[in-house]
Design a protein around this ligand. Structure first.
Ligand SMILES: NC(=O)C1=CN([C@@H]2O[C@H](COP(=O)(O)OP(=O)(O)OC[C@H]3O[C@@H](n4cnc5c(N)ncnc54)[C@H](OP(=O)(O)O)[C@@H]3O)[C@@H](O)[C@H]2O)C=CC1
Ligand SMILES: O=C(O)CCC(=O)C(=O)O
Ligand SMILES: [Mg+2]
Length: 416
């Protein structure tokens, strides 16, 4: 057991562990949670009741999650003192108990602390951000939202999110200019006196482990294709190499089970997984026009961030867009919504808790508690079908009843 500065883990529960490459889940697992900033607390209050109700209904008391509150963001400042955004305790709890679920955390724009969400992913090396997007019957701005059934695998530890950047005037930039001078690239910086500079690392190992995870998922779930989404025409050695390394891992490690677009002209023989690629801007227009041509998506960090919100909107909005950050080798995982803190709605018991609830659905499936995950899906589908929904759906759904965040949780429980 780790020694914690301020945390006391629940006495009754047991740890989830990884043994011989497999998760071993006890009947009473301890699962750490971070409620989150802004709307996070309202959402967590609704979500945890849904989770407990689904576990109780599925197992009749034989299994139970022991929830363990850990802190990050604003609450961490209250518990640990000013300027403590991601306490060592929280990282230690994530390591000890393997999995956790979290609400959104605030990141200021243009200065201040770097993202705690990104820091958690990097500290725990959760290299795959997995975001499934499909239609739940909710109102959508497109004619055929049912054509969207994709799972985004977003690289989660590299790219511009590594946070290697300097503000205009920083002395490091002057040092970099000396290197750029030698390399003969200074003329490419149009306004050197005022430019801020950011650096985008993309590695072979980082790309291959992400694409490998996407291909394994696609094969295990009988998916038709994996599309590598990149901007490799412009960023040749970062995004272009993501594409190259992606095709390489498919050929070298899954050559008997996959076929590339170039080798089959897009017509994959029966039983083979098609590996193709798409430039990111073209991809963004094609998902609106012909969403059914895409299935599993493997992409870089920034592209994945943009795509997640865009695809979420296509199936009815960010209010029901779930996600998981996973390291498939260590088994470590943090489940979280795609959306942020939506601060203008904080403490109004108003927003849609669906994204965290569906992140919980992913978590229970990851734990092998499929009965619980199925009940959560049934409950959510039932609530949307009955048009008893939160404000985001209600404003687009004729004849609906607008529910509070907590009431929507109750409605999901009623429909399980
Ligand atoms: N993983 C994380 O913790 C993330 C954190 N963030 C952080 O969150 C903060 C706010 O970011 P912002 O760009 O405003 O993005 P948000 O996702 O927080 O909110 C944007 C809009 O999305 C809608 N929305 C968000 N959550 C919900 C919900 N649960 N139910 C219904 N609608 C919802 C609202 O739309 P409407 O106004 O139309 O009602 C809201 O105004 C920033 O500090 C950002 O860095 C952002 C993303 C992820
Ligand atoms: O960390 C943040 O504040 C934003 C992260 C984000 O938008 C995402 O992971 O989708
Ligand atoms: Mg985002």
């Amino acid at each position: 057991m780790s020694s914690y500065q301020k945390l006391i883990p629940p006495k009754n529960g047991q740890k989830i562990e990884m043994k011989d490459g497999k998760l071993v889940v006890p009947d009473n697992p301890i699962v750490p949670f971070i409620a989150g900033d802004g709307t996070g607390q309202d959402i967590w209050n609704a979500s945890v009741r849904v989770f407990d109700a689904a576990v109780k209904k599925a197992f009749g008391g034989k299994k139970k999650v022991e929830w363990f509150e850990v802190y990050a963001g604003e609450k961490a400042n209250e518990v640990y003192g000013p300027n403590t955004w991601l306490p060592e305790d929280t990282l230690a709890a994530n390591r000890e108990f393997k999995m956790s679920i979290k609400g959104p955390l605030t990141t200021p724009v243009g200065g201040g602390i770097r993202s705690i969400n990104v820091a958690l992913r990097q500290e725990l090396d959760l290299y795959a951000c997995v975001r499934p997007v499909s239609w739940f019957g909710s109102p959508s701005p497109v004619k055929h939202p049912e054509l969207v059934d994709m799972v985004i695998f977003r690289e989660n530890t590299e790219d511009i999110y590594a946070g290697i950047e300097w503000a205009t005037g920083d002395p490091v930039i002057q040092e970099l200019y000396k290197v750029f001078e030698k390399a003969g690239v200074m003329k490419k910086i149009r306004f050197p006196k005022t430019a801020s500079i950011g650096i985008k690392p993309v590695s072979e190992e980082g790309t291959k482990r992400l694409v490998r995870a996407a291909i394994r998922f696609a094969l295990a779930n009988n998916r038709k294709s994996v599309t590598l989404v990149h901007k490799g025409n412009i960023m040749k050695f970062t995004e272009g190499y993501f594409r190259k390394w992606g095709y390489e891992v498919a050929k070298d490690e899954f050559g008997d089970k996959t076929v590339s677009w170039d080798d089959c002209g897009g017509n994959a023989p029966a039983g083979k997984l098609l590996i193709k690629d798409e430039i990111a801007d073209a991809f963004l227009q094609k998902i609106l026009l012909r969403a059914n041509e895409y299935d599993v998506i493997a992409t870089l960090n920034l592209n994945g961030d943009y795509l997640s919100d865009a695809l979420a909107a296509q199936v009815g909005g960010i209010g029901i867009a779930p996600g998981a950050n996973i390291n498939y080798e260590t088994g470590a995982a943090v489940f979280e919504a795609t959306h942020g803190t939506a601060p203008k709605y904080a403490n109004q018991d108003k927003v849609n808790p669906g994204a965290v609830i569906l992140s919980g659905e992913m978590m229970f499936r990851y734990m092998g508690w499929n009965e619980v995950a199925d009940l959560i899906l049934k409950g959510l589908r039932g609530a949307v079908h009955n048009k008893r929904v939160t404000y985001d759906f209600a404003r687009q759904l004729e004849g609906s009843t607008e529910l509070k965040c907590s009431e929507f949780g109750d409605e999901i429980i009623r429909n399980m």
